[in-house]
Design a protein around this ligand. Structure first.
Ligand code: A3D
Length: 318
């Protein structure tokens, strides 16, 4: 059986980490593609030189030519510019829309059967642009954000409770921005919902509220510390979980930006919801019951995403 091919468009901070993880997990052969001359080639060479030490048999190559997308089973897109301190994700919209348009056209031309995972910010809008440009079926164009936001929530909870990260499940819905919706009722430690843990005295409501807010601000906290860019290890790990579920038909239930076609009362908008990812891509969008407060927060988040989509529509470039 031929190895799978994973193309990474954008060989920056996240792209390089994606390549390392995909290689070490032997998910397939990896091609890094970037406009910066020498960068994808240099990173690919550095990574293959790590393979004898780590003992993985993935071939990694780098290129400045989109034609190298040919035959890709999965394309993960990080091409674009990241945030600097003081910038919101939305400040990136002008530059990154143009980049996603170029990359989307190249994917449609060279890798028409690929499963496409977008990471470039502002996420929910960029994945919408990608789908508009490629015209791929919606189940093959998805955005990574919820896995990362949920991972941050899980880590903060595990740290606060002094328990293994493995036993904390959490999920965050909505747009990948300040309005994201960490769902306390559906987050658990070994199946025990967080509101029960408050009653059991594991955590005060005040502390839990602080953790929820820290989750919402999770990206900005790292941007402030790094000063020269945004998070990249956890974002890469999150996208690899999605790619792995697709390539191995694992059917994992993961929060991802998916195109809603009426679910949650929303149409024609990409926003974070729990989905099943398997060999057909986004195989199912899971509609959970939201109470009035959660629905209010979700609708507000969807509204913020729609406003940004309108900004892109008015730019008249796609
Ligand atoms: P960075 O290290 O700057 O890498 C981006 C790369 O894209 C650079 O190497 C550029 O040369 C390259 N690039 C620019 N234009 C093109 C093009 N047309 N074709 C191919 N490559 C191009 O950034 P990063 O890796 O830290 O972040 C990448 C993106 O991910 C940014 O937009 C971030 O805001 C975003 N991001 C999203 C999340 C989410 O959770 C959604 C988290 C962290 C970062």
């Amino acid at each position: 059986m031929a190895r799978k091919k994973i193309a990474l468009v954008g060989a920056g901070q996240i792209g390089g980490t994606l390549a390392l993880l995909a290689g070490m997990k032997e998910l397939g052969d990896v091609t890094l593609i970037d406009v910066a001359e020498g960068v994808p080639q240099g990173k690919a060479l550095d990574l293959v030189e790590a393979s004898p030490v780590e003992g993985f048999d993935s071939h990694l190559t780098g290129s400045n030519d989109y034609a190298e997308l040919k035959g890709a089973d999965v394309v993960i897109v990080t091409a674009g510019i990241p945030r600097k301190p003081g910038m919101s994700r939305d400040d990136l919209i002008g530059t990154n829309t143009g980049i996603i348009k170029t990359v989307g056209e190249a994917i449609a031309k060279h890798a028409p059967n690929a499963f496409v995972i977008v990471i470039t910010n502002p996420l929910d809008v960029m994945v919408w642009v990608m789908r508009e440009v490629t015209k791929f079926p919606a189940e093959r164009v998805v955005g990574m954000a919820g896995v990362l936001d949920s991972a941050r929530f899980r880590w903060f909870l595990a740290e606060a409770f002094g328990v293994s990260v493995e036993d904390v499940t959490a999920f965050v819905m909505g747009g990948h921005g300040d309005t994201m919706v960490p769902l306390v009722r559906y987050s658990t430690v070994a199946g025990i919902p967080l509101p029960d843990l408050v009653k059991m005295g594991w955590v005060s409501q005040e502390k839990l509220d602080q953790i929820v807010q820290r989750t919402r601000d999770g990206g900005a906290e790292i941007v402030k510390l790094l000063k020269t860019g945004s998070a990249f290890y956890a974002p890469a790990a999150s996208a690899i979980a999605m790619a792995e579920s697709y390539l191995k038909d694992k059917k994992r239930v993961l929060p991802c930006a998916a195109l809603l076609t009426g679910q949650y009362g929303v149409k024609d908008t990409y926003v974070g919801v729990p989905v099943v990812i398997g060999a057909k891509g986004v195989e199912k969008i899971i509609e959970i019951e939201l109470n009035a407060e959660e629905k209010g927060m979700f609708d507000k988040s969807v509204g913020a995403v729609k406003e940004l989509v309108d900004v892109v529509k008015k730019m008249n470039v796609i």
